[in-house]
Design a protein around this ligand. Structure first.
Ligand code: BG6
Length: 660
């Protein structure tokens, strides 16, 4: 449709160059991985070490000792890692020379963590490798094991004399750090009984993501945003972490956890702290961590009544075909999940930050599994400009400005604002400016663990959570968990696999007169047959104008006789178009469009449209539709064809494009 080479005035792409590589390599050390035969080691840790090595960022004075119950030897461990790296490395091309050198520094000690003899063997092995590789007596312990082992490992390492020596000793602990406030406090006590806080590095892998780290760079290195970063200019903030994956093989773990423990208390609260904390005095680790802790301490601890009012939970049900056959199982039928499980796979909440900067600004969070898309975004919605100025113009309302941080899979930053539509009349159109990481930097795809290992080796704890921060986060999550444990959910499962989540989440925000801002991607829109072959510029315009609406099974979406000014697209669900005596004229499903007749002909709706399943819909207002069509007359033809085929309606395209 549009000329791809023509300048796309709708957004400007930024271009930058990669910074010269001035980073010194990791600090020399022997790294001991507990749980070396597990998933984390092969999927993330070893690929991260390999990436560091490829980039010349891994010290030549490095060796690794893997330890676990599995009866492997150094040889078989190396063989296994060599097979696994082929599957899990993240670079375009594999470099066998770098790998051979790296894997030759891997060693293995088999045994149980409760056996003192294992620690004695480890000690000898570490001493030997330290001398062989010149690691400066520095030892990094990595706990890639279940949390129940953390406390015991800390004690055993202490008792086996690992604290002594000239070099540093550091411990990286994987999440989850506790399962509630009480257990997190107990764990902190157990760990800190043997090691100092500055030796403990609690991982939250979200802090390893470039786009999350960039939140700080963005806020504090750009003078234009910080003055606006408060209740005077910001209307609300939304954190969205949608996952398309279900619980997969992790049912055993997940069923005892749920999304509040798995995603909110850690990853989402970390992002919240970065986005909303006060300006730190410096980029020193504790200057930043102090501000994060202060922010989380300002988040209101809810009473049970407040939890009921401000938090919503959900659990996914099966995906069924029209005949009611299960296409994909619901959560309760997943492997290792209790058949009557009450565990939430979705949660949405409104939080209050009771401090000077944010008082009264709603902060909305939502996350879930088995949703319609994978995408993590933070949306900062600014207060609208006063509309009164436009009173005597064709502009009827103004949209808010939004700043959107695209964390993943798309990585970038977007600013949405209104621009004048070219022409003699005053018309406005929402437009955006976008910065995409991939457009500006050449950085290769990292696992996120490179930066964590690198920072820890240099003693930089900025990207790791401190004990008080973990407890502050649990303090906010605990009342939600408690209230939900006390009040069994009555409507589980309450959302369909592949949908947008429970309707209650939409109601939660609608009560405040707001709605979730769905970040729709071109990829999602292209699944709709009508948009399949449309060009990027057109889709971008449609995306900017869509709003989301959830409708429950049985609800009427369109009523005969009403004046309709919207067009609907079914993202997921099923509706029936019903004639005057309730007869079903047509059944419409995912990817179908309806409501176009009223919009095309500006006449009252000629049929009822009723949801026969819970539906996730996109709504396009007539005003936006006409405007988009004026720029893309080819699309008007496509809509006209739908009207002809369905209703034998002849529509004059010029009527369609008239400004409303
Ligand atoms: C993990 C959770 O911490 O984060 C998983 O345990 C979740 O359930 C994962 O899928 C999400 O991480 P990412 O990096 O894919 O957003």
């Amino acid at each position: 449709m549009a000329d791809r080479d023509a300048p796309t005035s709708q957004f400007f792409r930024s271009h930058g160059a990669d910074a010269p590589d001035e980073n010194p390599p990791t600090h020399p050390c022997v790294m001991v991985v507990f749980g070396a035969s597990g998933d984390l080691t092969k999927r993330l840790l070893v690929p991260a070490l390999y990436n560091l090595a490829c980039d010349g960022l891994l010290s030549p004075h490095f060796a690794l000792v893997g330890t676990a119950m599995d009866g492997l030897t150094t040889e078989s461990f190396r063989t296994r890692m060599t097979e696994d790296i082929q599957r899990f490395h993240t670079r375009k091309e594999f470099d066998p020379y770098v790998w051979d050198d790296l894997v030759s520094r891997f060693h293995y000690v088999a045994g149980s963590f409760s056996d003192p003899a294992v620690f004695a063997t480890l000690k000898g092995e570490i001493r030997r490798l330290d001398l062989e590789h010149g690691a400066g007596d520095n030892v990094l312990f990595y706990f890639a094991v279940a949390p129940k082992f953390f406390g015991g490992l800390c004690r055993s390492l202490h008792e086996a004399g690992f604290k002594e020596g000239a070099g540093w000793r550091r411990i990286i602990v994987e999440k989850p750090f506790g399962t509630d406030l009480t257990s997190a406090r107990r764990l902190n006590e157990e760990v800190l009984a043997h090691w100092r806080e500055d030796q403990i590095y609690r991982v939250d892998h979200y802090l390893g993501k470039e786009t999350v780290q960039n939140l700080l760079a963005f806020r504090f290195s750009n003078g234009m945003f910080e003055p606006l970063w408060n209740k005077n200019y910001i209307d609300n903030i939304q954190f969205n972490v949608s996952e398309a994956v279900d619980v997969g093989s992790r049912g055993g773990y997940y069923d005892g956890s749920g999304v509040v423990r798995d995603m909110m208390q850690n990853h989402m609260f970390q992002m919240l702290a970065y986005l909303c904390m006060e300006v730190p005095g410096s980029f020193e680790p504790d200057a930043i961590r102090n501000e994060k802790a202060k922010l989380l301490e300002s988040v209101r601890e809810y009473t049970p009544e407040e939890v009921a009012r401000y938090a919503v939970r959900g659990q996914y049900g099966p995906l069924l075909d029209d005949a009611g056959h299960v296409l994909s199982p619901g959560y309760r039928d997943e492997k290792d999940v209790a058949p009557n499980s009450r565990t939430e796979t979705y949660a949405a909440a409104r939080l209050h930050i009771d401090n000077w900067r944010w008082e009264g600004v709603p902060v909305y969070l939502r996350s879930g599994k088995a949703l319609w898309k994978r995408g993590t975004e933070i949306i900062v919605e600014f207060k609208k400009a006063p509309e009164v100025l436009f009173k005597k113009t064709p502009v009827t309302s103004l949209g808010p400005n939004r700043l959107i941080f695209h964390i993943q899979p798309h990585q970038g930053i977007e600013i949405q604002f209104q621009a004048k539509i070219p022409g003699p009349r005053l018309g406005l159109q929402p437009v955006n400016m976008r910065f995409g990481y991939g457009d500006a930097f050449k950085a290769s795809r990292y696992t996120g663990y490179e930066v964590m290992l690198y920072a820890c080796s240099h003693g930089d704890a900025t990207l790791f959570s401190r004990g008080d921060l973990v407890e502050a986060a649990w303090r906010v999550a605990q009342p939600i968990l408690d209230h939900w444990a006390d009040t069994p959910p009555e409507d589980f499962p309450n959302y369909t696999r592949g949908g947008w989540g429970p309707k209650g989440a939409a109601t939660l925000i609608a009560k405040d007169g707001r709605r979730w801002h769905e970040v729709v991607t071109e990829e999602v829109l292209r699944k709709v047959p009508l948009f399949k072959d449309c060009d990027d510029l057109f889709l971008e315009q449609v995306i900017m104008s869509l709003r989301s609406k959830q409708v429950a099974k049985g609800e009427l979406v369109i009523r005969r006789g009403d004046i309709g000014r919207e067009l609907y697209l079914i993202a997921r669900g099923r509706v029936e178009v019903q004639g005057p005596s309730g007869e079903v004229i047509r059944v419409l499903r995912d990817g179908d469009l309806f409501g176009e007749v009223g919009v095309l002909l500006s006449r009252p709706r000629n049929a009822d449209v009723k949801a026969t399943r819970d539906c996730d819909l996109f709504v396009l207002e007539k005003a936006d539709f006409s405007r988009i069509l004026r720029d893309h007359p080819q699309f008007a033809d496509a809509v006209r064809t739908v009207a002809q085929e369905r209703y034998r309606l002849e529509v004059d395209t010029s009527t369609l494009m008239k400004p409303v």
